[in-house]
Structure formats: C-alpha cells, structure tokens
Write a protein that binds this ligand. Structure first.
Ligand code: C2E
Ligand code: MG
Ligand code: MG
Ligand code: MG
Length: 286
C-alpha cells in the first residue's frame, strides 16, 4: 500500500537522520582531542603564475587523519565546525602550521613562496582576528604579506558593513586579501568597489566548458577586464584540463591552481616540488 511505502520511506529517512546526528555527536566529542593529538594536518596545493609557467605559492587545505575513518576531506567536518564554533581553533592551527612551513623553507634558503589560508566566515566576527593573525605571523618571523587570506565570497555579503570594516583592518595590518569562490555569492559591483581586495579567486564553476555554460568565456573576459580596472589579480581554481588552461591564457588570467597541475599534497612533497622548480632545466608542468 501507499501508506506502507511512505512508512518505509520515513523509517529510512529517520535512520539516515539519526546516523547523521550520531556522526555529528561523535565528531564533536572527538575534535578537541584530535587537535591536541595532532590528527589535523595541512596539505598544500600549488598555484602557478600563468605567464612564465612558474611556481607562485600554495594554498593550505586542512585534512583530518582520523584513527578509524582514515583521511577526511574538509567537506565532511568544516560545515559542522562552522556551526559549533570549533573552526576558530582549527583555523588558528592551520594558520600556525602554514607559517611554520614557510619558516622552515626560509631557514633552508628556499624561495620565499607564500601560503594562502582560508578564513572562515565565523572567524570574521571575532574581535581579535587581526591581532591573532598578526601574532601568528610575527611569532614565526614572517612578513604579513606571506600569508594571504582567502575569504569566501558569500561571507562578504552576510553583513557587508561589518565585513568591510573587518577586511579594512586586516588590510591595514598588511594582509593580502583574496575573495575565494568568486562568482558564487551575491556581491554587488558596489560592494566590490568598497572592499579592499587584492585578488579575485574564480570559482571552479567557471572552468566548465561552453556547452555546459555558454556564457562562461564571455563572463571570464568581463571579470578580467573588471579586475584589471580595479587593480586586482585573478586566480583560477579547479583547472583540470589543458583546454581550460588555454582558455585562461587567452583571457590573460594571472594564476592557476587545479588538479591539472597537482592535487593538494603533504608539505614534504611540496618541498620537493619547490626544489624541482628551482632546477633551471625542469619545466613547471607537462
Ligand atoms: P576552497 O578554499 O575553495 O579550496 C578549493 C577546493 O577545491 C579544495 O578542496 C581543493 O582540494 C579542491 N580542488 C583544487 N583543485 C581542484 C580541481 O582541479 N578540481 C576539483 N574538482 N577540485 C579541486 P578541499 O581541500 O576538499 O577543501 C574544500 C573547502 O573546504 C575549501 O574550498 C575551503 O572552503 C574549506 N577549507 C579547506 N581547508 C580549510 C581550512 O583550513 N579552514 C577553513 N575555514 N576552510 C577550509
Ligand atoms: Mg577535496
Ligand atoms: Mg580557498
Ligand atoms: Mg575556492
């Protein structure tokens, strides 16, 4: 009967929901210990300068090496940490780790590459965000410009006036500000004009081809022109194919990041990549 079918449907839905809640509870119970026990780790994904094909820096992306579940991607825990507030502690760990890695590179005499970090929307409402960040970079003896801050576009529109103020204060401290996932949120040209940005980081959606999204190349051209006009540089993320790379070259995009070049990797592997990139005979990719 229909009733029976619905019963089954709801039972199933109930189970899924219950499992979800149990998983959330388990994660919440474990997160503090996981942090103190060193289960979180940063991976680095390279960014390349399109002109000159050279290694330009990295983005730090957090991973949770869970003792039972194995390596966990941020999608499975970041949304929960944003809800329960733990993201603030985790992000501070990530920022510190990124700085420690740059310190180690500098001490070895490697080129002074930057590592960008993600700043959660929840962090933006902390009174002491600027000082916390400043203390972390200074503790490692680095210039603030070495730690560019990636803030997702949708965070800017939560409370634009407050965010403009916060971002302005970070900018005054010398931080480089990147708008992450640009093109997915609802920022207006007016807001872009008021936000002290340095970099637009195009959302991966723009990498889809003309068949999937016929206007993409046209929109990209427009964004490039706008960025030039506003003095911003542009990073394309989610570059997976040579064809996408060529389209980005065509519009004069500044930096690229994506699986076509490399996946996010452990810091040790990234260090090898830097050393390889210093070899004048080695091409950055291909
Ligand atoms: P995001 O900051 O936009 O980072 C880009 C995501 O795209 C990363 O996923 C990266 O691994 C993935 N990616 C890079 N190149 C490609 C590609 O060519 N194709 C595809 N399909 N994907 C690509 P990941 O590491 O799973 O991180 C997902 C999101 O989680 C990040 O998006 C960021 O919003 C958040 N996140 C990661 N680490 C942190 C962190 O330490 N703090 C905070 N607050 N958020 C983080
Ligand atoms: Mg991933
Ligand atoms: Mg990012
Ligand atoms: Mg992004």
């Amino acid at each position: 009967s229909i009733k029976g079918q619905y019963g089954k449907y709801f039972a199933c839905y109930d189970d899924a929901l219950r499992n979800e809640l149990v998983k959330e509870r388990t994660i919440t119970d474990q997160m503090e210990t996981a942090l103190t026990q060193g289960q979180f780790e940063i991976y680095l994904q390279p960014k390349y300068r399109l002109r000159g094909d050279s290694l330009a820096g990295a983005e730090a992306l957090v991973r949770w090496n869970h003792p039972e579940w194995g390596m966990q991607q941020p999608g499975s825990f970041i949304p929960l940490f944003e809800k329960n507030g733990f993201i603030t502690s985790l992000d501070q760990f990530v920022w510190g780790s990124a700085c420690a890695v740059m310190r180690a590179w500098d001490d070895q005499g490697l080129p002074p590459l930057n590592i960008s970090v993600n700043v959660s929307r929840a962090d933006l409402y902390k009174e002491d965000l600027g000082n916390t960040l400043l203390e972390i970079v200074q503790k490692h003896g680095l210039d603030v410009s070495r730690l560019p801050l990636e803030i997702t576009e949708s965070a800017y529109t939560d409370d634009p006036n407050q965010i403009i103020e916060t971002v302005n204060s970070l900018k005054k401290l010398g931080f480089v500000i990147e708008m992450d996932d640009f093109g997915t949120g609802y920022s207006s040209l007016n807001m872009l004009n008021q936000m002290p940005l340095d970099v637009l980081k195009l959302d991966m959606g723009f990498m889809q081809n003309e068949t999937a999204k016929p206007m993409n190349q046209g929109i990209l051209r427009f964004i490039m022109e706008l960025a030039r006009f506003m003095g911003l540089s542009v990073v394309a993320e989610g570059v997976e194919t040579r064809e996408q790379l060529e389209r980005l070259r065509e519009i004069g995009c500044d930096y690229v990041q994506g699986y076509y070049f490399a996946r996010p990797m452990p810091c040790g592997d990234f260090e090898q990549l830097i050393k390889k990139s210093m070899d004048p005979c080695a091409a950055s990719w291909d």
